[in-house]
Write a protein that binds this ligand. Structure first.
Ligand SMILES: Nc1nc2c(ncn2[C@@H]2O[C@H](COP(=O)(O)OP(=O)(O)O)[C@@H](O)[C@H]2O)c(=O)[nH]1
Ligand SMILES: [Mg+2]
Length: 319
């Protein structure tokens, strides 16, 4: 197979219309597949990394994350210039260049400014693909003014979104209401913003009330939390949520919080890559995946027979 020409692909991403999107799609695919060229792409785009704000949306499947993004894009595309949307959810309809079926009614130049892609959750940890990091940097290079990241998950899964996003938005519905107390330990402490979507459904008001209490509690310990009510399918409450997130971003930026979070993100990525590299080396040193599997089998049996411990096995494999 012919090696892809990374530099010319990168240049092509800046072409208008389908051509640009196609080149961007190919590069993202190489990153997502962890192709040997992925490092070359990352190297080429590193100087522009961490330009665009990265907003992560998390929440239970079906809460309306994709619909909210679709609705918000109609407003955002007018003001934010280029926007990249990455989803780590095979059920989110961002593939093949289709703009969420016909849910997004973007036209002409605005449509050209929006790029969507679903990433496989290969090598993912808690619903966040490690490809999100380099993929976001590629979108920075492309000139994105904003990057939206949709991830599957609820509860604890939300915790990992903060590893790739500057601001975490939890999208809930009135139906998730009962869980608010139990979720407190998970998403509650890690989301910066709660959106109660499906405000057309019963129970939305009660849930908003509960969340406003959470907001007040959070503020007493110096944590800024925003709470919004939306109806994505009727485009209601979207502008308010965007404005609120905008001012939240500005506040966190000014206070130095965003810079702090980004340093944490970069550290997480290095740590993750180190782990992955170590794992690869162990497999290589053993002679390949098959031999690695054999060694695991051997140790597994010995552990079951009471002849070895897992940490002994790990030490042996590392040597
Ligand atoms: N009634 C109602 N349904 C909604 C609303 N937003 C989204 N939905 C529906 O909820 C379902 C899941 O939406 P989707 O955006 O795919 O959820 P995701 O899994 O969080 O991305 C779809 O059938 C939407 O039509 C809303 O505000 N009200
Ligand atoms: Mg979705």
């Amino acid at each position: 197979m012919q090696e892809p020409d990374i530099n010319s692909l990168l240049e092509s991403t800046l072409k208008p219309g389908v051509m640009g999107h196609r080149a961007l799609g190919r590069l993202l695919r190489l990153i997502d597949d962890n192709h040997p060229c992925a490092d070359e792409i990352d190297e080429a785009v590193k100087s522009t990394a961490f330009k665009a704000p990265r907003i992560g949306l998390t929440g239970p499947p079906g809460s309306g994350k994709s619909c909210l993004i679709a609705s918000a894009l109609e407003i955002l595309a007018e003001t934010e210039g280029k926007i990249g949307v990455l989803a780590v959810d095979p059920t989110s309809p961002y593939t093949g260049g289709a703009l969420l079926g016909d849910r997004v009614r973007l036209k002409g130049p605005t449509a050209e400014n929006v790029f969507f892609r679903s990433l496989a959750s290969r090598g993912s940890v808690g619903g966040v693909s490690t490809a999100i990091w380099p993929a976001s940097r590629l979108l920075d290079w492309w000139g994105a003014g904003l990057i939206l990241i949709e991830t599957v998950g609820s509860g604890q899964l939300g915790t990992v979104v903060g590893d790739v996003a500057d601001i975490v938005v939890a999208v809930l519905t009135p139906e998730t209401g009962d869980g608010i107390q139990s979720m407190k330990a998970g998403v509650m402490e890690l989301a910066d913003c709660f959106i109660v979507n499906k405000s057309d459904r019963q129970g939305s008001e009660i849930m908003m009330k509960e969340l406003r209490i959470v907001k007040e509690e959070a503020e007493t310990v110096g944590r800024a939390v925003e709470v919004f009510s939306t109806c994505a399918v009727k485009d209601e409450g979207i502008r308010e949520a965007i404005d609120g997130l905008n001012s939240l971003w500005n506040r966190l930026q000014k206070s130095g919080e965003i810079a702090k979070r980004r340093l944490e993100q970069a550290k997480r990525e290095v740590a993750k890559r180190t782990e992955a590299e170590l794992h690869k080396r162990v497999i290589r040193n053993l002679g390949g995946a098959e031999d690695y599997e054999k060694a695991l089998n051997k140790w597994g049996k010995m552990i079951l027979d009471g002849e070895a411990t897992a940490s002994e096995a790990a030490r042996d494999l590392l040597n």
